[in-house]
Design a protein around this ligand. Structure first.
Ligand code: ADP
Length: 513
């Protein structure tokens, strides 16, 4: 007999092509993209740190400006309390007295006086509001005398709201340190949860801070330049996180997101790849199936023809030989029928047209019939067949023909996949509302990794021993379908090289079946 080649399968390099398409079109671009995104994220993190620092520095600049404005407001408040006359006079004792009278801190100013060439201003200011800037410039030019160290000035407005002079003042260091700074920060930053600010002396001595913090933790520092606060240090940090920490956290988050996208992409790729591979495998299995089935059909037919012709031509040496030829013809046609039944049933299942006629069925009888039909041919092949059927089996609700077909498939496989040790055991038991028909052999067995796959259509184990035996890969899927339709299941227990037990498990019929 000629062994047909079973490789009508899809060419092997299709898999290679598939892989190169995936690698070239999807994997490499996505790796490149991830690489670029990771680098970009790193650079962005550095830029972010720098710009956050700059922003913090700008914040300090504005705080200083605000602080200066608040100092000016304080100076004006003090000066107003003192009154124009004393201011113009500029005597500090008089200033102090006036402050005391106004219940203000008498020691707040080291110097305070008003410079106001009021006559000139009064004449010019009549010209209109839009001339003011020029007037101020003239005023400044007129004042001439430069500011001294630590001295500050602020325009002094006349009763009509126009500048009439410059209020020059120098706060006392004690007032700046103890009151001005403290009051400003307490007023402006109390309850501000995000920022922690500190003002310190040039030598580091603490003047005020909004929350106690070790010096090293401050991220940005500014040396104040304004007259009243010259050389004091203004420092800032963010309360819960450092600038770098925040940026790193963002980086980590972004990188995780990239990782997640990569993972999703990888999973998607894997899904597509495994689906395509499955399709390819299925198409290969189908081709194998066609080759196997043609062979399965041809072999028994050839035998039937050969022996029928021999018998017809009367070339049989003895009666026993003739009987043997009849048996072979009978057996081979049974095999044919079984195969064709399987194929037909399978195509019905695929088309969704397979129907089962369930009825109260005596399992012992079905088993006995199968054994009766099967015992002789398999014993002829040297198999020992042991049958154990529990007494008083409950009836099951089953399609008798389908159940017989399922059992025959298991018996056939037990014979097909046995090698030296030819022993088959058929055991029928009942427990927990189920009847179990177990077919055991001592054949080649099924690897654990294949025990699920063998129930898929067309699947045949990747074992060379299996491929010595021809088959369609339809038997077990059919058995599973039959069992599913009966509300039962098919189970396999197997050790490669030791043998297998395939069991049909059927629910016991309800009372009114
Ligand atoms: P076929 O027997 O036509 O190959 P089946 O669907 O009946 O198709 O079986 C599928 C596969 O399951 C077989 O190819 C074989 O690898 C494995 N198998 C089934 N029964 C047995 C058994 N009794 N011992 C070992 N392997 C088995």
């Amino acid at each position: 007999m000629r062994t047909p080649t079973s490789t009508l399968s899809a060419p092997d390099d299709a898999k290679g092509r598939l892989i190169s398409i995936f690698v070239g079109a999807v994997l490499l671009p996505s790796i490149a993209l991830s690489y670029v995104s990771v680098r970009f994220t790193r650079e962005l993190t550095e830029t972010r740190i720098q710009s956050d620092h700059k922003r913090a520095e700008r914040t300090l600049y504005y705080i200083e400006r605000d602080l200066v404005q608040s100092a000016h407001a304080k100076a004006l408040e003090g000066a107003r309390a003192v009154g124009t006359e004393v201011l113009l006079d500029g005597r500090q004792e008089a200033v102090r007295e006036a402050l005391e009278v106004a219940r203000l801190d008498p020691t707040m100013f080291q110097s305070l006086h008003l410079e106001a060439p009021s006559i000139r201003i009064a004449g010019k200011s009549a010209g209109g509001r839009n001339k003011l800037p020029e007037e101020v410039r003239e005023l400044m030019a007129a004042l001439g005398s430069p500011l001294q160290e630590g001295e500050d000035q602020v325009p002094w407005l006349g009763s009509d709201g126009h500048p009439v002079g410059l209020l020059r003042f120098r706060f006392s260091a004690g007032y700046v340190h103890r009151r001005l700074v403290k009051e400003y920060f307490e007023r402006e930053f109390a309850g501000l949860s995000q920022l922690v600010l500190r003002v310190s002396e040039p030598d580091g001595e603490l003047l005020y801070e909004t929350a106690p913090t070790p010096s090293a933790k401050f991220e940005v520092e500014r040396r104040m330049e304004s007259a009243s606060f010259r050389d004091l240090r203004l420092a800032l940090r963010y309360k819960d996180v450092s600038i770098a920490g925040d940026a790193r956290r963002w980086q980590l988050w972004t990188l995780s997101l990239i990782g997640l996208i990569d993972l999703t992409l990888g999973a998607g790729l894997y899904l597509v790849y495994s689906n395509v591979r499955r399709e390819m495998r299925l198409s290969r299995l189908k081709s194998d199936f066609v080759a196997n089935v043609s062979h399965e059909l041809k072999t028994p037919l050839a035998l039937v023809r050969l022996f029928a012709e021999t018998l017809e031509l009367g070339r049989v040496p003895s009666q026993e030989k003739a009987a043997q030829y009849y048996r072979i013809i009978n057996k081979e046609s049974q095999r044919l029928t079984q195969l064709i039944d399987n194929i037909l049933d399978f195509s019905r299942i695929e088309a969704g047209r397979k129907e089962y006629r369930l009825g109260r069925t005596d399992v012992a009888r079905v088993v006995a019939e199968v054994v009766e039909a099967y015992r002789f041919p398999i014993e002829q092949q040297g198999f020992g067949l042991e049958v154990e059927v529990a007494a008083d089996l409950p009836a099951v609700s089953a399609d008798q023909e389908a159940l017989t077909q399922a059992l025959l498939n298991l018996m056939n496989n037990a014979v097909k996949f046995s090698r030296e040790e030819k022993a088959i055991t058929l055991r029928v038991t009942t427990a927990d509302g189920f009847v179990r028909i177990a077919v055991s052999d001592k054949g080649i067995g099924v690897a654990k990794s294949e025990q699920r796959k063998i129930f898929e259509k067309f699947y045949r184990a990747e074992d060379s021993l299996v491929h010595e035996t021809k088959g369609s890969g339809l038997g077990l899927p059919l058995v599973r379908h039959i069992m599913d339709a009966h509300g039962g299941r098919v189970e396999v227990e197997s050790q490669p090289g030791q043998g297998s037990t395939f069991s049909l498990v059927l629910p016991v019929a309800g009372g009114d079946d």
